[in-house]
Design a protein. Structure first.
Length: 439
């Protein structure tokens, strides 16, 4: 028996072309898998080792371009050969972007097919790697040059030298604390303290004491007087993250601080003057909490003298290469003692993903990729959850009789329309088979 070489998956909705390709490839001693749809092709890819994908482009429901994109991200080293009746200039450009090695235009000779297969299997060279572009924001840790981010930087410039209260709103992971630090450390109060407090991480019954301090004997366990975060930040900036989690009692105390510029320790009778800038942040909709009577309206307006909207990463995609460069440098030096490269394919994927976890999710992704890579971050180092997924249309619901007829047809196609063999597989006689097909 002739030795079978590489495994080749052929995808075409035309059963005649599919069988022709299979015969010609098996004559060349290749082992073949057939699929009449992209959905079937994906199933075969997941369960077998495939060395080459040969696919048509024009197919119903899900086309070959989506299959090529899927393969380029899940099986990045697999070469792809396109066999199609017509390939437009735009289609050729899209194929080039997706890593297609070659294409054949129908009809073609057996020799042309052989040459294309040989070229595809031999000429599977990796694409050039490039570093992400380098650019640094003037705010050090705040990286970005997009229009949305420039709005943030402009507001920072306007408030950094004054002690107006600032409210930063944005989704989790958008860098709200970095914005607060930029306001403090780029202004004239940079030498004064900067104290960050996560209001959501401190138990509600302890938050007031932690913020404003307490007197000896104020509660069980208060064996001595202690200053709070506000006293520690006096003269500088206090950053109150997740301010929407503050209790009604803490909200009342915060309002007094902002109105009277003074604080009262828990258990104390006398107020202490305080000179401080308050920067608060939230990923909640404070106005909605106001309408629900969960947040004081007067406190909201005191906090929101200046508002900053931290844009989600999906709205500042042009900043992704700069952020990737920052994290690759950071973790490359930390874990590998060197700067790693990022392949164009990996960077394209990072640019296309919507990043629901924002900058924090991107940083975690790059951190993992650096750990898993050696010299270059490739598609294989990016989590599968970020990669292209094909949304297959739901199959229409059909009657049991129609489903039975479809299955009988599939069996007949598999055995070359041999009714005797089909009836044997189905466990029925030829007469019953003939009746079922004629119903």
């Amino acid at each position: 028996m002739a030795y079978k070489k590489e495994n080749i998956l052929i995808v075409d909705d035309d059963i005649h072309i599919l069988e022709l390709l299979q015969r010609q490839l098996e004559a060349l001693n290749y082992y073949t898998f057939k699929a009449v749809s992209v959905k079937e092709a994906v199933t075969i890819l997941k369960g077998n080792t495939i060395d080459l994908l040969v696919t048509d482009l024009q197919m119903p429901e899900v086309d070959g371009f989506q299959l090529i994109q899927y393969v380029s991200e899940h099986y990045s080293k697999m070469p792809v050969l396109v066999v199609s009746g017509y390939i437009s200039a735009k289609g050729a450009l899209e194929m080039g972007k997706s890593g297609v090695v070659d294409y054949l235009v129908k009809p073609f000779t057996k020799e042309e097919l052989k040459n294309a297969i040989d070229k595809s299997l031999v000429n599977n060279t990796s694409k050039k790697e490039v570093k992400t572009s380098k650019s640094v924001s003037k705010f050090d840790e705040l990286i970005g040059e997009s229009e949305a981010f420039n709005v943030v930087k402009d507001i920072i410039e306007r408030v950094k030298d004054i002690k107006a209260t600032v409210l930063i709103q944005g989704e989790s992971g958008t860098g709200k604390e970095l914005i607060a630090r930029a306001i403090h450390y780029n202004g004239k109060y940079a030498r004064a303290p900067f104290i960050a407090v996560n209001c959501g991480a401190i138990p509600e019954n302890l938050l007031e004491a932690e913020l404003f301090g307490y007197e000896k004997g104020a509660f069980t366990g208060a064996n001595e007087s202690r200053n709070g975060f506000f006293q520690a930040a006096n003269g500088g900036t206090i950053f109150l993250d997740e301010i929407g989690n503050a209790s009604a009692k803490v909200q009342n105390s915060l309002l007094r601080v902002l109105q009277e510029k003074e604080i009262i320790k828990v258990g104390a009778q006398k107020a202490q003057p305080i000179d401080i800038r308050v920067v608060a942040a939230t990923n909640s909709n404070l106005l909605e909490l106001v309408t629900q009577d969960k947040f004081r309206q007067d406190l909201f307006y005191r906090l929101a003298v200046v508002e900053i909207k931290a844009p989600p990463l999906r709205n500042r995609k042009t900043d992704i290469p700069l952020l990737v460069d920052k994290f690759v440098m950071k973790y490359g030096l930390e874990y590998k003692d060197r700067f790693l490269k990022v392949s164009p394919e990996a960077l394209d994927l990072l640019l296309r993903y919507s990043w629901p976890g924002n900058i924090r999710e991107l940083e975690n992704c790059i951190q993992r990729a650096v750990i898993m890579s050696d010299k270059s971050i490739e598609l294989s180092h990016i989590p599968d959850a970020l990669k292209y997924q094909i949304d297959f249309p739901e199959e229409a619901l059909v009657s049991l009789a129609e489903m039975e007829k479809k299955y009988i047809k599939k069996v007949l196609d598999t055995v070359g329309n041999n009714k005797t063999k089909a009836a044997e597989i189905l466990g029925i006689d030829r007469k019953t088979l003939r009746n079922k097909m004629s119903d």
